[in-house]
Design a protein around this ligand. Structure first.
Ligand SMILES: *[C@@H]1O[C@H](CO)[C@@H](O)[C@H](O)[C@H]1NC(C)=O
Ligand SMILES: *[C@@H]1O[C@H](CO)[C@@H](O)[C@H](O)[C@H]1NC(C)=O
Ligand SMILES: *[C@@H]1O[C@H](CO)[C@@H](O)[C@H](O)[C@H]1NC(C)=O
Ligand SMILES: *[C@@H]1O[C@H](CO)[C@@H](O)[C@H](O)[C@H]1NC(C)=O
Ligand SMILES: *[C@@H]1O[C@H](CO)[C@@H](O)[C@H](O)[C@H]1NC(C)=O
Ligand SMILES: *[C@@H]1O[C@H](CO)[C@@H](O)[C@H](O)[C@H]1NC(C)=O
Ligand SMILES: *[C@@H]1O[C@H](CO)[C@@H](O)[C@H](O)[C@H]1NC(C)=O
Ligand SMILES: *[C@@H]1O[C@H](CO)[C@@H](O)[C@H](O)[C@H]1NC(C)=O
Length: 395
């Protein structure tokens, strides 16, 4: 190769090494700027800037920026940093939170969710609450998107906390931000990264980390996640609402319970509902940060039914050998049978853990025709073409 071409290739590769997948809409705004240039260059008018160090910052903490918001859509740009705080979004109007991208980011990118590297964003939001006896799970969440405290409650039993006649954020978006519950480096108890309840929310190139109950999509909530990473051990996706996970990595830090522990609802409560967890074109693997002494081979289950109407569907997902051949397991010894009212399904799984020959009999092993007939698509499960998803995001 010509030396000039070689150096051009080397330059492109060095750029690519820094770059995350991104939103073309916010790319210029998110890029860090050289000194003397406004960090808000390229941002939509009215964007609020949060930084722990930059004198141009409007706020030093994310929550103080959230609390300053008046009515109407809002955008908050967050500078590189590790933010030790709980973030609580109770407003109903649209809100977009952007994490800064490296200054040399280019549109020639690679996916953020890359099994070969444990990517980190420049922005981390973290806290370390875990649930003590008698407390509601929601007390531990690092990021809460819910209209009020009653709506954020998770509750116990098959039906959880009482239904609330409210709706929160109609369009919450988060790009290139890590949300971490750092309560412990094992499953100390419920320690949530998120509680998204009675809201519509979407996430792009984000990471969510904990051990137990990392991700919660609550009642009446609809969530969409793409090109992201979720770290956990026990029941680390749970909820009542509808959640679609696209091109996401699920990183098993150890095994316990199931990856997904969903609660379904009958059609009396919400006619036509397709509440459930839908995982598409994703990867389930032993976490790159799993303790070296922790054995995961064949020990992690795809799910267990938190109630008997649980719905969980895996589409075209790569599963490594941490997955137990049976796939799903009963909830616990008090409920030793997976009832046929659950709906557990898989289509086109691959990898050593994707061998479905020894799956529990109750599971539905789908054909391509079944997937079409059941309409397992984003529009199909949200019962419409969601207006709150950014379809311009480039993988
Ligand atoms: C979040 O804010 C709302 C409104 O101020 C409040 O009702 C709720 O208790 C807060 N929730 C948490 C978890 O702090
Ligand atoms: C949301 O909750 C209300 C109860 O407050 C319920 O009647 C309604 O069916 C729910 N809507 C959806 C879309 O789930
Ligand atoms: C549906 O759920 C409601 C509320 O939990 C319950 O009262 C009702 O009996 C259930 N209906 C069916 C058919 O299971
Ligand atoms: C890794 O596991 C060993 C053995 O169980 C334990 O002693 C050690 O504390 C663990 N380390 C971490 C970081 O969890
Ligand atoms: C099956 O999954 C693989 C990725 O593992 C994908 O490339 C292929 O398109 C999928 N097939 C169908 C029919 O969706
Ligand atoms: C579900 O299981 C019950 C017994 O628990 C049985 O009566 C019923 O026929 C089963 N339904 C289906 C569709 O298999
Ligand atoms: C799947 O697992 C079964 C049972 O262990 C084994 O016989 C079969 O060869 C496996 N299939 C593939 C494609 O590895
Ligand atoms: C939330 O999303 C669902 C599914 O896209 C939609 O039906 C509902 O109207 C949305 N709610 C609001 C308040 O925008």
């Amino acid at each position: 190769m010509h030396p000039k071409l070689l150096s051009a290739v080397a330059f492109l590769l060095s750029c690519a090494a820094h770059v995350h997948a991104l939103s073309p809409i916010f790319f210029e705004c998110q890029k860090q700027k050289p000194g003397g240039i406004s960090p808000l260059l390229g941002c939509p008018e009215g964007t609020i800037f949060v930084s722990q160090t930059d004198p141009k910052a409007h706020f030093r903490t994310i929550q103080s920026a959230v609390e300053s918001l008046r009515e109407g859509p809002a955008i908050i740009l967050i500078a590189e940093g590790s933010y030790d705080e709980v973030v609580n979004i109770s407003r109903t109007d649209p809100l977009t939170m952007l994490g800064q991208l490296p200054r040399h980011a280019t549109l020639s990118h690679k996916p953020f969710a890359n099994p070969q590297s444990a990517n980190m964003n420049l922005v981390q939001i973290w806290f370390n609450n875990w649930v003590m006896t008698g407390e509601d799970d929601d007390t531990s969440a690092v990021l809460t998107v819910a209209p009020n405290n009653a709506a954020a409650l998770i509750g116990a039993g098959t039906d959880g906390a009482p239904l609330q006649p409210v709706f929160g954020n109609v369009d919450f978006k988060m790009y290139n931000i890590d949300v971490q519950n750092r309560a412990a480096n094992y499953a100390i108890s419920q320690a949530l990264a998120t509680d998204i309840s009675y809201s519509n929310a979407s996430f792009y190139a984000c990471a969510f980390a904990s051990y137990q109950d990392t991700w919660y999509t609550g009642k009446n909530a609809s969530t969409f996640m793409i090109d992201s990473v979720v770290f956990g051990q026990t029941d680390y996706l749970f909820g009542f609402g509808t959640a679609w996970f696209q091109n996401t990595i699920f990183a098993n830090r150890a095994c316990g319970g199931g990856l997904v522990a969903w609660k379904g609802f009958n059609q009396t409560y919400a006619p036509g509902n397709r509440y459930g967890a839908y995982i598409s074109d994703s990867t389930i693997m032993r976490s790159p940060d799993a303790n070296a002494t922790t054995v995961t081979d064949g020990k992690c289950f795809l799910g267990r039914p938190w109630n008997d109407l649980a719905i969980t569907v895996f589409l075209s997902t790569l599963m490594d050998d941490s997955i137990n051949p049976a796939g799903f397991e009963p909830f616990d010894s008090a409920r030793p049978v997976i009832m046929n009212t659950t709906y557990y399904a898989e289509f086109n799984s691959s990898g050593p853990g994707g061998n479905t020959s020894e799956r529990v009999a109750i599971e539905h092993l789908l054909t391509a025709a079944d997937v079409v007939a059941e309409d397992f698509t984003v529009d199909g499960v949200f019962l419409e073409h969601p207006k709150w998803i950014d379809y311009s995001y480039i993988l």
